[in-house]
Design a protein around this ligand. Structure first.
Ligand code: AVJ
Length: 324
């Protein structure tokens, strides 16, 4: 494989700055109910730990979605149509990307949008080798904010948005609606979007998925404090915080927290924060939907609901949305 056969554009770097991280962390920890933003889980180490979570026996979403995507690939291929430009939000390691690209007819371009620069660079350099005809334009960005898409007019026949993994569950339903609206405006009329959405199910299955026996999810959660130590000169003692994750049936969401094991004071970029014993930092929400609930959310943002698929055990769903 020679370089000249790879259509890999230079990375568009809109990644959040240290100043943005600091502002977010300071604001989150200054609240009476302390919180951190889930998007900041994904530094190089966080992305690596997330991949490790996906391989644990308890974390069913990744393998369930991947198998479902393979099963429905022929249908997606005909519904999506030929010559698409694919834009993926939170592309991570890009394993599902290949399943999608392999089923599409003559995909023209691929725009992975990912907040972790390390994960993005690694994923696209491998992809470029295996898809020499595909134009790849990696964008390192926080996709919760609008950004400019590259223009493939005259080359591609339309966009296919791809938002797998139930990452949409990190948003509250109003935030999810706002995101879907933003993407619909970004892609414009006549385009489509595939969204992976984790389904509501037995509480025991959900609780196990976020409390794996090997403790990988706990490490992933605690890594957010390690990252603050590394990048913001923080002095969190990781041994003094404990992972907690539970399903709240009423809200239909997993909540992840870090619980302070004792009364303590932590300094971050020169600003101090006090923790009571048992006080928690809310680090993530992971909303679970019913098919109907997600359909109506999507439709409320102006998308039309074209199709939905689930696995035989009804653990996970993939929705195809269209913009008329
Ligand atoms: C990548 C956001 C979909 O919410 O299930 C996995 C992240 N957190 N285990 C999820 C996660 C804890 C994951 N998403």
């Amino acid at each position: 494989m020679t370089q000249s056969n790879c259509q890999l554009a230079a990375l568009v770097d809109l990644s959040p700055s240290v100043a943005e991280l600091r502002a977010s962390v300071w604001a989150g920890l200054a609240q009476t109910r302390k919180s951190l933003q889930a998007k900041f889980f994904y530094d190089a180490e966080g992305s690596r730990l997330f991949e490790e979570i996906c391989a644990t026996p308890e974390y069913y979403p990744t393998r369930t979605e991947r198998k479902l995507l393979l099963d429905i690939a022929p249908e997606i291929s005909s519904l999506a149509g030929p010559r698409r430009a694919v834009v993926e939000f939170g592309s991570g390691s890009g394993i599902k990307t290949r399943t999608l690209l392999d089923c599409l007819q003559d995909p023209v371009a691929y725009v992975p949008v990912e907040i972790s620069r390390a994960a993005l660079v690694e994923a696209v350099s491998e992809l470029a080798v295996d898809y020499p005809k595909l134009q790849i334009v990696p964008v390192c960005a926080d996709y919760t904010k609008p950004f400019a898409l590259p223009n493939f007019a005259g080359e591609a026949d339309g966009w296919l948005g791809f938002f797998p993994g139930s990452t949409i569950g990190n948003f509250t339903p109003p935030q999810a609606a706002q995101f879907l609206t933003q993407v619909r405006r970004m892609l414009g009329r006549g385009n489509q979007m595939l969204v992976g959405v984790d389904l509501r199910k037995d509480t025991a299955i959900l609780n196990a998925a976020y409390n794996d026996a090997a403790g990988v999810t706990a490490k992933f959660n605690l890594n957010q404090l390690a990252r603050i130590n590394r990048e913001l000169e923080g002095d969190f003692d990781l041994a003094q915080f404990e992972h907690r994750a539970f399903y709240d049936e009423e809200q239909g969401r997993i909540e992840m927290h870090l619980v302070s094991r004792r009364r303590q004071r932590v300094s971050i970029s020169g600003r101090v924060f006090d923790f009571e014993e048992g006080e928690t930092i809310h680090t993530e929400n992971s909303y679970k939907y019913d098919i109907e609930r997600f359909r109506s959310l999507a439709v409320s943002t102006g998308w039309s609901h074209r199709s939905v698929w689930t696995d035989a055990d009804r653990l996970f769903s993939i929705h195809l949305l269209g913009s008329e």
